[in-house]
Ligand binder design. Structure first.
Ligand code: ATP
Ligand code: MG
Length: 380
């Protein structure tokens, strides 16, 4: 167990409060996976937690919902008061939360059995819903009736898919049925939250299986217009996987999901890319036009999605030191300045020289390039 999480639990215990690690970190600990996100659940009320940790910096943004962020070693540990939730008029946010003094009610509000196990060194595991058993059987199952739990909070439907993908689990039958039947309620969930879960889902080790089985659920949040069956063959980059899943529709999806500009840039690059040529010189021109970084994305993507560049020439050229860009030329703008060229003509000349080098008409050596410049110069 993480030493700071252990310390927080002990501090709370010493002040007469119960405290446990809970959620993802406990699940991951049982699965022998590392976790750097330790959540603590406690009988202490927020103001009591603040008093116990008065010597530490605390973040109070979540206090209304019972969460105090205790900062130790520059890491935020979320310490949340045992609570229950009431009323989910919008299928997403509880209308109110109530602090309680027993861990049983706190575990009952959690989404899946595998996420509802609490642990402390002193008391061992508190596993009221068979979470341990479900981890062993690799099963995602809601705590309680899946229809009720998904009706309270539709995001849980997508979380079920996300955990199945990331952990390599299967979704239990009733939970899966409820996910299909209530998929349409995902419309009420904010795009930002959908995107967070979708990203994790698409990059999970079991992503392909989840996409194949739950395509109808995913269709409720995103238009699937590409090659869903190829997603896991893509490199594990969100832009590539999303573009593969959505096809041309990806641009619209990214707008709706409020994706960041970097992902938008890569996706539009991929969507607007053209076939990788087969001829070596043409490949070099293709890469030269895109720039090395973008070309790497495009080539990697098109190889995985369309099987282009079968013999790996584009890939090999990208990894080589061949002259592909103006910066690679053995002649610089300054050399041309010294020869009396000015302003725009320098850029144009360098472009011409680059093309000749790429086409193999001139060697990328200073003398050859200078000689070529003089020829061009004489002709002008
Ligand atoms: P990760 O490893 O991705 O952090 P996690 O299980 O810790 O997974 P979080 O989103 O960090 O997931 O949530 C922490 C815990 O809070 C969950 O394990 C679960 O017990 C509870 N939880 C989170 N979101 C919900 C929800 N929408 N409904 C019910 N319980 C939730
Ligand atoms: Mg977590």
């Amino acid at each position: 167990m993480d030493k700071n999480a252990k310390f927080i639990i002990e501090m709370l215990n010493n002040h007469g409060f119960e405290a446990y690690a809970v959620g993802g970190a406990v699940r991951d600990m049982i699965m022998d996976r590392m976790s750097d996100d330790w959540d603590i659940t406690t009988s202490a009320l927020p103001h009591e937690t603040k008093t116990v940790f008065s010597d530490y910096p605390v973040l109070e943004t979540g206090v209304k919902h019972g969460t105090v962020g205790v900062v130790i070693d520059r890491t935020v540990y979320e310490v949340t008061t045992y609570r229950t939730e009431q009323g989910y008029a919008d299928s997403r946010h509880p209308d109110s939360v109530t602090f309680v003094r027993d861990i049983e009610s706190d575990l009952a509000r959690r989404d899946f059995t595998v996420n509802a196990i609490a642990y402390s060194d002193e008391n061992g595991f508190v596993d009221l819903y068979g979470g341990m058993e479900d981890i062993k059987s690799k099963r995602i199952k809601t705590v309680g009736n899946p229809f009720e739990r998904f009706s309270e909070d539709a995001l849980r439907i997508l979380r079920a898919l996300r955990f199945a993908s990331v952990l390599g689990f299967e979704i239990e039958e009733n939970t899966a049925n409820a996910a299909f039947q209530l998929a349409h309620t995902l419309k009420k969930v904010s795009p930002e939250r959908i995107y967070v879960e979708l990203k994790k889902l698409l990059l999970g080790i079991n992503a392909q299986n989840v996409i194949d089985k739950y395509k109808d659920v995913l269709s409720a949040v995103i238009k699937i217009n590409g090659n869903p069956e190829l997603v896991s063959q893509m490199p594990d980059e969100i832009a590539m996987r999303l573009t593969c899943l959505c096809g041309e529709y990806v641009t619209e999806a990214l707008g709706f999901l409020k994706a960041d500009n970097y992902v938008k840039h890569i996706c539009s690059l991929l969507i607007n890319s053209s076939r990788i040529p087969e001829d070596r010189t043409e490949i070099k021109k293709y890469i030269s036009k895109l720039g090395r970084v973008d070309a790497l994305s495009v080539v990697t993507y098109r190889r995985s999605r369309y099987g282009e560049d079968k013999n790996g020439v584009a890939e090999q050229i990208l990894m080589s030191y061949e002259c592909l860009f103006v910066q690679d030329l053995e002649i610089k703008g300054n050399d041309l300045l010294e020869l009396g060229f000015k302003g725009k003509s320098i850029g144009l000349l360098l472009d011409k020289l680059l093309l000749s080098v790429i086409e193999g008409k001139i060697e990328n050596k200073k003398e050859s390039l200078l000689a070529a410049v003089k020829n061009i110069d004489n002709r002008q």
